[in-house]
Design a protein around this ligand. Structure first.
Ligand SMILES: *[C@@H]1O[C@H](CO)[C@@H](O)[C@H](O)[C@H]1NC(C)=O
Ligand SMILES: [Cu+2]
Length: 277
């Protein structure tokens, strides 16, 4: 093996490592101080017996993104080749979840979006292609007085890479997938230049609400020419339309802040009967 080949190989490894470091993923979620471990792309995909967690599993070891030319594929639902989380966390309607990102590059301006989809009897076994997502949170251009502006994900970075989302208080109790997503728009001025970073978590929502919003299939959330997807953020924008279905009327607007962890949570396995206690 020549030195040149070795160096090229090393450069490729370093560049792949830099990409992993540059983008982020969710390390854990926090509900009322209780932290639940996420899916660790740096170790879990390599583990033949990975820990059972509340996050959907993905072999996305490159910390990559889904691009608009894949909006009609299953990968847009819960990221690359995602498979069901094998557990869920319990949360009361009206309570908040803090999602902790490992890191997020400040060049990657764009919206923060949260959807829910009702799983029926179990999010651990539901077929993801049947999930119908409704939007409970969407924060896009927060301050347009500068170019490229201050965006939802800039607030996330300012809060130690965390995002707080409230489960609307009148959502009917049941099993739901939370689909949290950042969309990076730094390259979105040309078609297929946006980058979607969705991640999913299984929740059991408790309470006495009755709202059962209708939603859309993951593969129908976006198109590559939506005004919030094909957009040049390096020009003065007076407004920005967060892509996807309209926010449900029950959605709560949340003042962002990071959450203190007071305990580590054990995810719950199984469906109605197993988790009734
Ligand atoms: C910020 O997040 C990291 C985890 O990425 C955590 O260890 C640290 O305690 C957090 N800092 C604050 C001030 O909350
Ligand atoms: Cu990037």
């Amino acid at each position: 093996m020549t030195h040149i080949k070795t160096l090229a190989h090393l450069a490729a490894i370093l560049s792949a490592a830099a990409q992993v470091a540059a983008h982020g993923h969710i390390t854990n979620i926090v509900i009322n101080g209780v932290s639940y471990r996420g899916w660790d792309i740096n170790s879990d995909p390599y583990n033949s017996d990975p820990p059972v967690v509340v996050a959907w599993q993905t072999p996305n070891t490159a910390n990559g993104f889904i691009s608009p030319d894949a909006y009609d594929t299953d990968d847009i639902i819960c990221h690359l080749d995602a498979t069901n989380a094998r557990d869920h966390a319990v949360i009361a309607a009206g309570d908040k979840i803090s999602l902790q990102w490992s890191t997020w590059p400040d060049s990657h301006h764009g919206p923060v979006i949260d959807h829910l989809a009702n799983c029926g009897t179990s999010c651990e076994t539901v077929d993801k292609t049947t999930l119908e997502f409704f939007k409970i949170d969407g924060v896009g251009l927060v301050d347009e007085t500068t170019v490229p502006g201050i965006w939802g994900d800039d607030l996330l970075i300012a809060d130690n890479n965390t995002w707080l989302v409230e489960i609307p208080s009148d959502i009917a109790p049941g099993y739901y997938v939370l689909r949290h997503e950042l969309i990076a728009l730094h390259g979105a001025g040309s078609e297929d230049g946006a980058q979607n970073y969705p991640q999913c978590f299984n929740l059991q929502i408790t309470g006495s609400g009755t709202a059962d919003p209708s939603g859309v299939l993951g593969t129908e959330l976006y198109t590559s020419t939506d005004p919030g997807i094909l957009v040049n953020i390096y020009q003065s924008l007076s407004t920005y339309e967060v892509p996807g279905p309209t926010l449900i009327p029950e959605a709560a607007s949340v003042v962002q802040s990071s959450s203190t962890i007071t305990a580590s949570g054990t995810p719950v396995t199984g469906s109605a009967t197993a988790t009734a206690a």
